[in-house]
Design a protein around this ligand. Structure first.
Ligand SMILES: [Fe+2]
Ligand SMILES: [Fe+2]
Length: 148
């Protein structure tokens, strides 16, 4: 597996969780459960992706702008999650905020997969692509295991 394939695993999880969140009923445990799972997935993925993908890409002139942009979007996504956490899950405006979050996530994943991965593919060596996948997977798992 290379780094792009490894990153896409969590991207698919995020897409599936976003769809489940938007379809969740306002009452009952599903919405809270899915929101918490999405939050944990995002946190582990963003951190591991920054450490094992964007940090090495900051080293290259050709990928510095992409890295800066992506890390900025991670921060925006985190802030949207924090805003949602402050509101009641069944409050009137909650779903509008969740829709905005999911739209942002979809935009971010698409930009990474269709633009940044191609740019990164040109500057990373084949050996690096494989080694970064292993680093990313270890980091992602350790982030997920820190949760309670
Ligand atoms: Fe990302
Ligand atoms: Fe990503």
């Amino acid at each position: 597996m290379n780094i792009f394939e490894a990153l896409r695993v969590s991207h698919e999880t995020q897409r599936a969780l976003s769809a489940r969140l938007l379809a969740s009923p306002p009452q009952g445990p599903e919405r809270h459960k899915v929101f918490l799972e999405l939050k944990r997935e995002l946190l582990a993925h963003e951190t591991a992706e920054e450490r094992c993908f964007y940090v090495p890409l900051f080293e290259h002139d050709a990928t510095v702008n992409a890295s800066r942009h992506a890390v900025g979007e991670h921060h925006e996504i985190d802030e949207m999650v924090e805003d949602l956490e402050k509101q009641e899950l069944n409050a009137a405006g909650w779903m509008a905020g969740a829709q905005k979050l999911c739209d942002k996530i979809h935009h971010h994943l698409k930009e990474e997969e269709t633009k940044f991965f191609q740019e990164a593919g040109k500057v990373l060596t084949e050996t690096q692509k494989m080694a970064l996948a292993r680093d990313y997977e270890a980091e992602f798992l350790s982030m997920r295991m820190k949760e309670h």
